[in-house]
Design a protein around this ligand. Structure first.
Ligand code: SAH
Length: 356
């Protein structure tokens, strides 16, 4: 058994941080100072914390805000607008996050687990299985690092500020529910308790764990929910998303509509278009039938290549026909760009190999 990640102020709310400081022999107000540095200024470098006595900075940082994710490598594409970072955790395990600058928003795609236990055959992350859950602070640290990157003017648009968070990196966020929920609280609480990002701009993507979808709807935050559907019929979905055998389509969709009603937000359906597997007209029609009239938006993702997979993306023409069938049924649909696919940073390509 490997050691648990060190406790960090990002695991704790403000009151808990003060209690923890006192427990460690540090005056409570230091917890506020470190919080302001870490959450409001995005600083993780104790040498910059000039309001703390110089002789104590490193010791306090080590105790309250230890480094959880160390940058191993950064790959950049799209003229610098897409940045994939490989992070090493305290136990040498690796995860990735992807920062994307758009004209009207800046989004980071973060990981919630090392690996993934859902075993979807078209996704690179699923192939290695689940290694372990991330702690709340390990999740928040990916967001804080991205906020810092934008804040320090390192994206092409120097004024870009991190605005959107998507739990679409490695892992199944709802299978690490407690840590993900704590991380969401930290991401959305105002500074310096949290990072001050609007819950409306946080998307949780899931293969469809029904009990956890229900729990998420009871949290009381207007989070966006995305369901990775990928097939409108159980026979095919059983193969593409093995969890479907436990939570079949009809029940998953019901949970998603209930979420939408409770939280009063439109939900997204993700559908990776795989040539000759799930891209047929009859499947588009069946998908339309199952979701028509609901508060929903469909995100079609042209399949991104993964090592060893026999599958490829749908042709442009078939993709267009699929789109039209949905549009004719008055369903909102967009085709997601394949941002970062040249650096293996697109959907389903995150596998965190150090030698890539
Ligand atoms: N486990 C969660 C979070 C990961 S999100 C989930 O599955 O929703 C990553 C998104 O990319 C999911 O919608 C996933 O189904 C999709 N995806 C996985 N592999 C892909 C691939 N090779 N090409 C395109 N999309 C893929």
């Amino acid at each position: 058994m490997s050691k648990k990640p060190p406790i960090h102020i990002a695991d704790l709310d403000l009151a808990e941080r003060k209690a923890r400081a006192v427990e460690l022999g540090i005056p409570a107000f230091r917890a506020d100072q470190v919080s302001r540095q870490w959450f409001s200024r995005f600083s993780d470098d104790a040498n910059e914390w000039t309001e703390l006595p110089e002789s104590e900075r490193l010791d306090i940082a080590e105790k309250l805000a230890p480094e959880l994710i160390g940058k191993v490598r950064e790959l950049t594409t799209d003229k610098g607008e897409t940045v994939k970072t490989l992070w090493k955790l305290h136990d040498e395990k690796l995860v990735e996050s992807v920062l994307m600058q758009y004209p009207n928003r800046t989004t980071v795609c973060i990981s919630s687990q090392v690996g993934c236990g859902m075993a979807c055959p078209f996704c690179a992350t699923g192939q290695g299985g689940l290694k372990r859950n991330l702690s709340a602070a390990e999740i928040v640290a990916q967001v804080q690092a991205s906020a810092r990157f934008a804040d320090r003017g390192l994206l092409p648009n120097k004024d870009a500020r991190l605005s959107n968070i998507v739990f679409m990196g490695m892992g199944e966020p709802l299978a690490n529910f407690d840590a993900v929920l704590t991380a969401i609280k930290r991401i959305t609480q105002s500074q310096p308790e949290g990072l001050g990002i609007s819950a409306r701009n946080v998307t949780v993507s899931t293969v469809g764990l029904i009990p956890q979808i229900k729990k998420l709807s009871e949290v009381g935050l207007p989070l966006r929910l995305a369901l990775s559907l990928h097939a409108p019929d159980d026979e095919l979905r059983d193969e593409l998303v093995p969890l479907n055998k436990r939570f079949p389509i009809k029940e998953v969709l019901k949970a998603v509509w209930d979420y939408s009603d409770t939280v009063k937000r439109r939900v997204s359906i993700e559908y990776a278009l795989i040539k000759d597997i799930n891209d047929q007209k009859h499947r588009a029609a069946l998908l339309a039938k199952r979701i028509q009239g609901r508060s929903v938006h469909v995100n079609l993702i042209p399949l991104n290549p993964t090592p060893g997979s026999k599958w490829t993306a749908t042709s442009e023409k078939t993709q267009q026909e699929f789109v039209e069938i949905l549009e004719n049924a008055q369903i909102a649909v967009t085709v997601r760009d394949t941002r970062g696919s040249d650096i293996d940073g697109a959907c389903g390509q995150l596998a965190a190999r150090a030698t890539q």
